[in-house]
Design a protein around this ligand. Structure first.
Ligand code: KG4
Ligand code: ZN
Length: 350
């Protein structure tokens, strides 16, 4: 069974095929260069560029993998959450292709795709490795999730304000590092001196699993007010101080959750899972407690369609004829928790 998936929730345009045993191929195009002059993602630019490039990526992927559309088992796309205009480009194309090719259609959840990303190389994929704890850290989300099964999620805690990736992006902006910010802050932090700048660890000692990152961004701004013209070393020290604070909080909260739930596996997913300091720190903490640590390769940490295609394969039983697919086609806001208990908006018309 071959699943074709289309991802366009933010600023990456991606299409991929999954063949059941594993990924078959992916084509991806980053829009980063288009958004960089604006310091962040401009939704209208994102939608227009997805609309312009998606079909050619599908054509190229089918050609390079020698795939006849007739052999596809289903067409899938990211239904949400994300930028609604951007989401609608993949939604429209997926509906059109599924209808034209006479294939079932499936709209899937972007964050559930990130959950699957840690298991792309693991035999059996995500369903073979439940239950586990997941730390999801991306540009739009920061959550700790108890994954009981595919489609059965308990959100233990989430950020009260900025997502971790958003905090990286805003600190990059404050430091004049441009967009995308996470990798740039992380690169600058590499030459920082450990302990030279110590920033607060928001909610570190508060009970529970809530996270908060907006105060940390303010702390970075305040520190710069005390040194209006920092030299390159001081900027690197500040970047490292910020990164260390984020990593400390994320590792402490995640460890608290696995100890309390007595879970034997922890997965780190979402764009910020590409961060080397975070990967290494969480891996060390997991090893110290005897947990198995799962993380996607850096190329599959950020948005991609390989994870969406793998998720579509696992959820293939939910695919429907395109005219019976649930409305709305795209959902800008969509909690992972809703997958466990479908809302009225998701009632099927089959
Ligand atoms: O998952 P993703 O590609 O898109 C969303 O679904 O949001 O995550 C993008 C986020 C951005 O905020 C980006 O700055 C952050 O992931 N990011 C990083 C790194 N690479 C990407 N943050 C810290 N360190 C990195 N190396
Ligand atoms: Zn994402």
């Amino acid at each position: 069974m071959l699943a074709l998936a289309i991802e366009s929730s933010c600023d990456d345009t991606a299409v991929a095929l999954h063949g059941g045993d594993g990924p078959v191929g992916e084509r991806r195009r980053s829009q980063a260069a288009l958004h960089a002059p604006h310091g962040g993602v401009v939704p209208e630019i994102a939608s227009r560029d997805h609309a312009r490039t998606l079909l050619s990526l599908v054509d190229a992927l089918l050609a390079e993998t020698g795939t006849d559309p007739a052999s596809l088992g289903l067409v899938a796309y990211t239904r949400g959450p994300g930028l609604v205009g951007a989401l609608l480009t993949a939604a429209s194309l997926a509906h059109g292709l599924a209808y034209g090719w006479g294939k079932p259609l499936l709209g899937v959840h972007h964050i559930e795709g990130h959950l699957v990303s840690a298991f792309l190389d693991a035999p059996g994929g995500l369903p073979a490795h439940v239950p586990f704890l997941a730390l999801v850290v991306s540009g739009g989300h920061s959550l700790l999730v108890h994954v009981r099964d595919l489609g059965c999620y308990e959100i233990l805690g989430a950020t009260r304000d900025d997502a971790a990736g958003e905090a990286f992006d805003k600190v990059a902006q404050i430091l004049g590092l441009g967009y995308p910010g996470g990798p740039a802050v992380s690169r600058l932090a590499e030459s920082g001196r450990p302990g030279a700048v110590v920033l607060p660890r928001p909610l570190l000692r508060a009970p529970g699993y809530a996270l908060s990152f907006s105060g940390l961004k303010t702390a970075v701004r305040r520190w710069l007010e005390t040194r209006p013209e920092p030299d390159e070393q001081e900027r690197a020290d500040l970047a490292l101080g910020f990164e260390e604070a984020v990593v400390d909080v994320l590792v402490a909260k995640t460890r608290r959750a696995w100890r309390s739930l007595r879970l034997g596996r922890v997965a780190l997913v979402g764009g910020v899972s590409a961060n080397r300091r975070l990967r290494a720190a969480l891996e060390r903490a997991a090893a110290a407690d005897g947990l198995r640590f799962l993380v996607p390769p850096p190329a599959l940490s950020t948005d991609n369609a390989a994870m969406i295609a793998a998720l579509a394969y696992f959820r293939r039983g939910d695919a429907l004829p395109p005219l019976a697919a649930p409305h709305p086609w795209a959902r800008a806001r969509w909690s992972l928790a809703e997958l466990s208990a479908p809302s009225d908006g998701d009632l099927r018309v089959a």
